[in-house]
Design a protein around this ligand. Structure first.
Ligand code: ADP
Length: 285
Protein backbone atom coordinates (compact mmCIF):
# COMPACT_ATOMS: atom_id res chain seq x y z
CA UNK A 1 0.00 0.00 0.00
CA UNK A 2 1.11 3.56 -0.42
CA UNK A 3 -0.62 6.67 0.83
CA UNK A 4 -0.90 9.78 -1.28
CA UNK A 5 -0.29 12.57 1.16
CA UNK A 6 -0.49 16.28 0.41
CA UNK A 7 2.10 18.72 1.77
CA UNK A 8 -0.55 19.92 4.17
CA UNK A 9 -0.69 16.47 5.70
CA UNK A 10 -4.07 15.56 4.29
CA UNK A 11 -4.36 12.11 2.89
CA UNK A 12 -5.99 12.42 -0.49
CA UNK A 13 -5.70 8.94 -1.82
CA UNK A 14 -4.67 5.39 -1.36
CA UNK A 15 -2.99 3.18 -3.91
CA UNK A 16 -3.03 -0.58 -3.47
CA UNK A 17 -1.09 -2.90 -5.71
CA UNK A 18 -2.03 -6.53 -5.37
CA UNK A 19 0.06 -9.28 -6.91
CA UNK A 20 -1.34 -12.74 -7.03
CA UNK A 21 1.62 -14.67 -5.73
CA UNK A 22 -0.19 -17.92 -5.04
CA UNK A 23 0.64 -19.34 -8.49
CA UNK A 24 4.24 -18.14 -8.21
CA UNK A 25 4.59 -19.62 -4.73
CA UNK A 26 3.12 -22.89 -5.92
CA UNK A 27 5.60 -23.11 -8.80
CA UNK A 28 8.46 -22.28 -6.51
CA UNK A 29 7.34 -24.90 -3.99
CA UNK A 30 6.96 -27.52 -6.72
CA UNK A 31 10.40 -26.71 -8.06
CA UNK A 32 11.95 -27.11 -4.63
CA UNK A 33 10.11 -30.37 -4.01
CA UNK A 34 11.26 -31.63 -7.38
CA UNK A 35 14.92 -30.92 -6.69
CA UNK A 36 14.61 -32.58 -3.31
CA UNK A 37 12.93 -35.62 -4.90
CA UNK A 38 15.61 -35.95 -7.54
CA UNK A 39 18.32 -35.84 -4.88
CA UNK A 40 16.64 -38.51 -2.79
CA UNK A 41 15.93 -40.70 -5.79
CA UNK A 42 19.58 -40.68 -6.78
CA UNK A 43 20.94 -40.98 -3.28
CA UNK A 44 19.13 -44.25 -2.58
CA UNK A 45 20.69 -46.29 -5.39
CA UNK A 46 24.07 -44.64 -4.82
CA UNK A 47 24.16 -45.51 -1.11
CA UNK A 48 23.06 -49.03 -1.78
CA UNK A 49 25.75 -49.40 -4.45
CA UNK A 50 28.34 -48.05 -2.07
CA UNK A 51 27.56 -50.78 0.47
CA UNK A 52 27.76 -53.50 -2.17
CA UNK A 53 31.07 -52.18 -3.44
CA UNK A 54 32.41 -51.89 0.13
CA UNK A 55 31.42 -55.48 0.82
CA UNK A 56 33.09 -56.61 -2.40
CA UNK A 57 36.32 -54.84 -1.62
CA UNK A 58 36.23 -56.15 1.97
CA UNK A 59 36.57 -59.66 0.60
CA UNK A 60 33.26 -60.62 -0.97
CA UNK A 61 34.90 -60.47 -4.39
CA UNK A 62 36.59 -63.78 -3.55
CA UNK A 63 33.30 -65.54 -2.91
CA UNK A 64 32.20 -67.17 -6.18
CA UNK A 65 28.58 -67.32 -4.98
CA UNK A 66 28.19 -63.78 -3.69
CA UNK A 67 30.45 -61.71 -5.96
CA UNK A 68 28.45 -62.14 -9.19
CA UNK A 69 25.21 -61.36 -7.34
CA UNK A 70 26.59 -58.17 -5.84
CA UNK A 71 27.98 -57.07 -9.17
CA UNK A 72 24.64 -57.72 -10.79
CA UNK A 73 22.87 -55.50 -8.25
CA UNK A 74 25.29 -52.64 -8.81
CA UNK A 75 24.89 -53.06 -12.55
CA UNK A 76 21.10 -52.98 -12.32
CA UNK A 77 21.16 -49.94 -10.09
CA UNK A 78 23.51 -48.15 -12.49
CA UNK A 79 21.20 -48.97 -15.40
CA UNK A 80 18.24 -47.67 -13.46
CA UNK A 81 20.02 -44.41 -12.63
CA UNK A 82 20.87 -43.91 -16.30
CA UNK A 83 17.20 -44.51 -17.17
CA UNK A 84 16.19 -42.01 -14.53
CA UNK A 85 18.58 -39.35 -15.82
CA UNK A 86 17.31 -39.91 -19.37
CA UNK A 87 13.71 -39.58 -18.15
CA UNK A 88 14.61 -36.40 -16.28
CA UNK A 89 16.22 -34.99 -19.39
CA UNK A 90 13.13 -35.68 -21.49
CA UNK A 91 10.94 -34.04 -18.86
CA UNK A 92 13.22 -31.04 -18.66
CA UNK A 93 13.25 -30.70 -22.46
CA UNK A 94 9.47 -30.78 -22.46
CA UNK A 95 9.28 -28.27 -19.58
CA UNK A 96 11.55 -25.81 -21.34
CA UNK A 97 9.85 -26.33 -24.68
CA UNK A 98 13.06 -27.40 -26.37
CA UNK A 99 11.71 -30.77 -27.37
CA UNK A 100 9.65 -30.21 -30.48
CA UNK A 101 6.63 -32.31 -31.24
CA UNK A 102 6.94 -33.63 -34.78
CA UNK A 103 3.45 -34.32 -36.00
CA UNK A 104 2.75 -36.88 -38.66
CA UNK A 105 -0.55 -38.31 -39.78
CA UNK A 106 -0.55 -42.03 -39.14
CA UNK A 107 -3.03 -44.86 -39.13
CA UNK A 108 -3.35 -45.50 -35.39
CA UNK A 109 -4.84 -48.90 -36.00
CA UNK A 110 -1.76 -50.12 -37.85
CA UNK A 111 0.59 -48.34 -35.45
CA UNK A 112 -0.97 -49.90 -32.33
CA UNK A 113 -0.95 -53.39 -33.88
CA UNK A 114 2.69 -52.92 -34.83
CA UNK A 115 3.64 -52.07 -31.23
CA UNK A 116 1.66 -55.02 -29.87
CA UNK A 117 3.34 -57.34 -32.41
CA UNK A 118 6.65 -56.26 -30.91
CA UNK A 119 5.50 -57.29 -27.44
CA UNK A 120 4.26 -60.63 -28.78
CA UNK A 121 7.60 -61.14 -30.49
CA UNK A 122 9.58 -60.38 -27.32
CA UNK A 123 7.53 -62.93 -25.45
CA UNK A 124 8.28 -65.54 -28.09
CA UNK A 125 12.02 -64.97 -28.07
CA UNK A 126 12.12 -64.93 -24.25
CA UNK A 127 10.34 -68.26 -24.06
CA UNK A 128 12.61 -69.83 -26.63
CA UNK A 129 15.77 -68.78 -24.84
CA UNK A 130 14.41 -69.71 -21.39
CA UNK A 131 15.31 -73.40 -21.75
CA UNK A 132 19.03 -73.01 -22.42
CA UNK A 133 19.93 -70.62 -19.66
CA UNK A 134 23.40 -71.66 -18.57
CA UNK A 135 23.78 -68.75 -16.22
CA UNK A 136 24.74 -70.07 -12.81
CA UNK A 137 23.50 -67.00 -10.97
CA UNK A 138 19.77 -66.87 -10.35
CA UNK A 139 18.41 -63.66 -11.83
CA UNK A 140 16.68 -61.22 -9.49
CA UNK A 141 12.90 -61.62 -9.49
CA UNK A 142 12.67 -58.33 -11.37
CA UNK A 143 14.69 -59.51 -14.31
CA UNK A 144 13.08 -62.92 -14.60
CA UNK A 145 10.91 -62.87 -17.71
CA UNK A 146 7.21 -62.94 -17.12
CA UNK A 147 4.64 -64.73 -19.23
CA UNK A 148 1.55 -62.87 -20.37
CA UNK A 149 -1.04 -62.97 -23.15
CA UNK A 150 -2.11 -59.97 -25.17
CA UNK A 151 -5.72 -59.94 -26.28
CA UNK A 152 -6.62 -57.40 -28.98
CA UNK A 153 -10.00 -55.77 -29.37
CA UNK A 154 -9.13 -53.35 -32.11
CA UNK A 155 -11.42 -51.78 -34.64
CA UNK A 156 -10.92 -52.89 -38.25
CA UNK A 157 -11.23 -49.30 -39.47
CA UNK A 158 -8.33 -47.09 -40.42
CA UNK A 159 -8.02 -44.27 -37.90
CA UNK A 160 -5.92 -41.39 -39.16
CA UNK A 161 -4.56 -39.23 -36.35
CA UNK A 162 -1.75 -36.74 -35.90
CA UNK A 163 0.97 -37.87 -33.50
CA UNK A 164 4.68 -37.66 -32.92
CA UNK A 165 5.50 -41.30 -33.70
CA UNK A 166 8.58 -41.70 -31.49
CA UNK A 167 7.08 -39.99 -28.50
CA UNK A 168 3.72 -41.71 -28.82
CA UNK A 169 5.41 -45.08 -29.13
CA UNK A 170 7.22 -44.38 -25.86
CA UNK A 171 3.87 -43.69 -24.19
CA UNK A 172 2.33 -46.98 -25.33
CA UNK A 173 5.53 -48.90 -24.53
CA UNK A 174 5.51 -47.45 -21.07
CA UNK A 175 1.91 -48.37 -20.35
CA UNK A 176 2.39 -51.85 -21.79
CA UNK A 177 5.55 -52.35 -19.73
CA UNK A 178 3.72 -51.24 -16.59
CA UNK A 179 0.84 -53.62 -17.38
CA UNK A 180 3.39 -56.44 -17.58
CA UNK A 181 5.42 -55.29 -14.55
CA UNK A 182 2.41 -55.01 -12.24
CA UNK A 183 0.65 -58.16 -13.52
CA UNK A 184 0.70 -61.66 -12.11
CA UNK A 185 2.51 -64.40 -14.01
CA UNK A 186 0.39 -65.54 -16.95
CA UNK A 187 -1.90 -62.51 -16.83
CA UNK A 188 -4.03 -61.36 -19.74
CA UNK A 189 -3.48 -57.85 -21.07
CA UNK A 190 -6.29 -56.49 -23.21
CA UNK A 191 -5.53 -53.82 -25.77
CA UNK A 192 -8.50 -51.94 -27.18
CA UNK A 193 -8.94 -49.26 -29.80
CA UNK A 194 -12.26 -47.60 -30.51
CA UNK A 195 -13.46 -44.38 -32.08
CA UNK A 196 -16.14 -41.95 -31.00
CA UNK A 197 -17.35 -39.22 -33.34
CA UNK A 198 -14.38 -36.96 -32.64
CA UNK A 199 -11.93 -38.99 -30.57
CA UNK A 200 -10.05 -42.22 -30.73
CA UNK A 201 -9.70 -44.05 -27.43
CA UNK A 202 -6.92 -46.51 -26.87
CA UNK A 203 -6.87 -48.56 -23.69
CA UNK A 204 -4.74 -51.19 -22.01
CA UNK A 205 -6.25 -53.37 -19.29
CA UNK A 206 -4.30 -55.66 -16.98
CA UNK A 207 -5.22 -58.15 -14.28
CA UNK A 208 -2.56 -56.85 -11.94
CA UNK A 209 -2.51 -55.51 -8.43
CA UNK A 210 -4.47 -52.39 -9.23
CA UNK A 211 -4.11 -48.96 -7.69
CA UNK A 212 -5.66 -47.94 -4.36
CA UNK A 213 -8.36 -45.29 -4.72
CA UNK A 214 -6.39 -42.71 -2.75
CA UNK A 215 -3.43 -42.94 -5.12
CA UNK A 216 -5.30 -42.99 -8.38
CA UNK A 217 -4.95 -39.29 -9.18
CA UNK A 218 -1.32 -39.18 -8.15
CA UNK A 219 0.20 -41.87 -10.36
CA UNK A 220 0.82 -39.32 -13.11
CA UNK A 221 2.86 -37.12 -10.74
CA UNK A 222 6.63 -37.13 -11.04
CA UNK A 223 8.21 -39.80 -8.82
CA UNK A 224 4.89 -40.90 -7.36
CA UNK A 225 4.78 -44.64 -6.80
CA UNK A 226 2.23 -46.63 -4.88
CA UNK A 227 4.92 -48.97 -3.63
CA UNK A 228 8.41 -47.51 -3.87
CA UNK A 229 10.21 -50.72 -3.05
CA UNK A 230 8.28 -52.72 -5.61
CA UNK A 231 8.76 -50.16 -8.36
CA UNK A 232 12.46 -49.95 -7.62
CA UNK A 233 12.86 -53.69 -7.56
CA UNK A 234 11.23 -53.79 -11.00
CA UNK A 235 13.70 -51.19 -12.22
CA UNK A 236 11.12 -48.36 -12.23
CA UNK A 237 11.94 -44.67 -12.13
CA UNK A 238 8.54 -43.27 -11.16
CA UNK A 239 8.69 -40.93 -14.15
CA UNK A 240 7.16 -42.97 -16.96
CA UNK A 241 3.56 -41.90 -16.43
CA UNK A 242 4.54 -38.26 -15.85
CA UNK A 243 6.29 -38.27 -19.24
CA UNK A 244 3.35 -40.05 -20.86
CA UNK A 245 0.99 -37.40 -19.56
CA UNK A 246 3.14 -34.56 -20.91
CA UNK A 247 3.31 -36.19 -24.34
CA UNK A 248 -0.40 -37.00 -24.58
CA UNK A 249 -1.35 -33.48 -23.51
CA UNK A 250 1.07 -31.98 -26.02
CA UNK A 251 -0.82 -33.95 -28.67
CA UNK A 252 -4.08 -32.40 -27.49
CA UNK A 253 -5.22 -35.63 -25.85
CA UNK A 254 -6.00 -36.91 -22.39
CA UNK A 255 -4.72 -39.83 -20.31
CA UNK A 256 -6.44 -41.38 -17.30
CA UNK A 257 -6.76 -44.58 -15.34
CA UNK A 258 -9.51 -46.67 -13.89
CA UNK A 259 -8.55 -49.30 -11.38
CA UNK A 260 -9.77 -51.71 -8.77
CA UNK A 261 -7.33 -52.76 -6.11
CA UNK A 262 -6.50 -56.44 -6.42
CA UNK A 263 -8.39 -56.77 -9.72
CA UNK A 264 -6.45 -54.72 -12.24
CA UNK A 265 -6.17 -51.40 -14.00
CA UNK A 266 -7.12 -49.84 -17.31
CA UNK A 267 -5.14 -46.95 -18.72
CA UNK A 268 -6.94 -44.86 -21.34
CA UNK A 269 -5.60 -42.42 -23.90
CA UNK A 270 -7.89 -40.33 -26.01
CA UNK A 271 -6.73 -38.29 -28.98
CA UNK A 272 -8.61 -35.82 -31.14
CA UNK A 273 -9.82 -37.42 -34.34
CA UNK A 274 -11.71 -36.19 -37.37
CA UNK A 275 -13.28 -39.02 -39.28
CA UNK A 276 -12.87 -38.78 -43.04
CA UNK A 277 -16.22 -38.08 -44.62
CA UNK A 278 -17.61 -40.56 -47.11
CA UNK A 279 -16.11 -39.59 -50.44
CA UNK A 280 -13.16 -37.70 -48.90
CA UNK A 281 -10.36 -38.71 -51.14
CA UNK A 282 -6.71 -37.85 -51.23
CA UNK A 283 -6.62 -37.07 -54.93
CA UNK A 284 -9.82 -35.01 -54.86
CA UNK A 285 -7.96 -31.93 -53.68
P1 ADP B 1 7.37 -46.75 -12.35
O1 ADP B 1 8.70 -46.59 -12.95
O2 ADP B 1 7.41 -46.77 -10.86
O3 ADP B 1 6.57 -47.86 -12.94
P2 ADP B 1 5.39 -44.95 -13.56
O4 ADP B 1 5.38 -43.46 -13.64
O5 ADP B 1 5.37 -45.70 -14.84
O6 ADP B 1 6.65 -45.34 -12.69
O7 ADP B 1 4.15 -45.40 -12.67
C1 ADP B 1 3.94 -44.78 -11.40
C2 ADP B 1 3.29 -45.73 -10.41
O8 ADP B 1 1.96 -46.03 -10.81
C3 ADP B 1 3.98 -47.11 -10.30
O9 ADP B 1 5.05 -47.08 -9.39
C4 ADP B 1 2.83 -47.97 -9.77
O10 ADP B 1 2.70 -47.80 -8.37
C5 ADP B 1 1.61 -47.36 -10.43
N1 ADP B 1 1.23 -48.11 -11.65
C6 ADP B 1 1.49 -47.77 -12.94
N2 ADP B 1 0.97 -48.65 -13.80
C7 ADP B 1 0.34 -49.58 -13.05
C8 ADP B 1 -0.42 -50.77 -13.34
N3 ADP B 1 -0.63 -51.18 -14.60
N4 ADP B 1 -0.93 -51.47 -12.29
C9 ADP B 1 -0.74 -51.07 -11.02
N5 ADP B 1 -0.03 -49.97 -10.67
C10 ADP B 1 0.50 -49.23 -11.67
Amino acid sequence: FSLIQRETGFISGLVAVLHDVTEQQKNERERREFVSNVSHELRTPLTSMRSYIEALSDGAWQDPEIAPQFLKVTQEETDRMIRMINDLLSLSRMDSGTSKIELETINLNEFFNYILDRFDMMLKTDNESAGNDNNRVQPLPSSRKKRYTIRREITKRDLWVEVDQDKFMQVIDNIMNNAIKYSPEGGVITARLVETHNHVILSITDQGLGIPRKDINKVFDRFYRVDKARSRQQGGTGLGLAISKEVVEALGGRIWVDSQEGKGSTFYISLPYEPLEEGDDWDEA
